[in-house]
Design a protein around this ligand. Structure first.
Ligand code: FNR
Length: 180
């Protein structure tokens, strides 16, 4: 039986490196995992006034996370932190109070950036929020992909190095998920 993995991509742009990484992971994942990107770009900014009567987009998003066996965050870093779109999605899933869809799910975080830093600051922030929400985040391998644009060839395909890195990550993640 394969575990569904809800994949949240922290970048909204079409040519996103992080989206390409998410798609690469989808291809390279072992049969025990089934990765599905859950879109977050259309979600209105979280507002607690909506808790009693949520927009349809919130409800659909929450249901997708709830129905998935695990969660994977693939994100860039915006000004040394997690992108607002991703924080918004995390917040939406965490409410109404007592009805969080995150609790108890095994999770993992990958950050990627064309710079050398590799999204370390973003990863730390994502992990901090996930800890509070009782997501069981894989501690290792910590994966901050610096110069991540170089993991793809000019045709946009993963290089051998890129494939090896992402394969190793997703194999570790499959083992992590199996523990729960
Ligand atoms: C960035 N970028 C960036 N990079 C980084 O390594 N550390 C940072 O703090 C930031 N800050 C930042 C803020 C904002 C508002 C933008 C738009 C960009 C650059 C970023 O890593 C680069 O644009 C990536 O290509 C974004 O990821 P995607 O869209 O390719 O997935």
């Amino acid at each position: 039986v394969s575990t569904t993995v809800a994949v949240l991509v922290g970048s909204l742009r079409k040519a996103s490196i992080n989206r390409k990484i998410a798609l690469g992971l989808q291809q390279l994942a072992p049969a025990s995992l089934s990765l599905e990107i859950v879109e977050i770009g259309h979600l209105p900014l979280y507002n607690q006034d909506y808790d009693d009567n949520s927009p349809e987009s919130y409800t659909a998003f929450r249901q997708k996370i709830l129905a998935s066996g695990s969660v994977l965050f693939v994100s860039p870093e915006h000004n040394r932190g997690m992108p607002a779109a991703l924080k918004n999605a995390i917040d939406i899933g965490s409410r109404p109070y007592g009805k969080s869809v995150w609790s108890g799910k095994p999770g993992a975080v990958i950050t990627a950036s064309p710079s050398m830093v590799g999204g370390f600051g973003s990863s730390q922030q994502i992990r901090q929020s996930l800890a509070c929400l009782n997501v069981l985040t894989m501690p290792n391998p910590e994966t901050y992909l610096g110069q991540a644009d170089k993991l793809f060839d000019p045709a946009g395909q993963l290089t051998e190095t890129g494939q090896a890195l992402l394969s190793s990550f997703i194999e570790h993640y499959a083992q992590w998920v199996q523990r729960f």
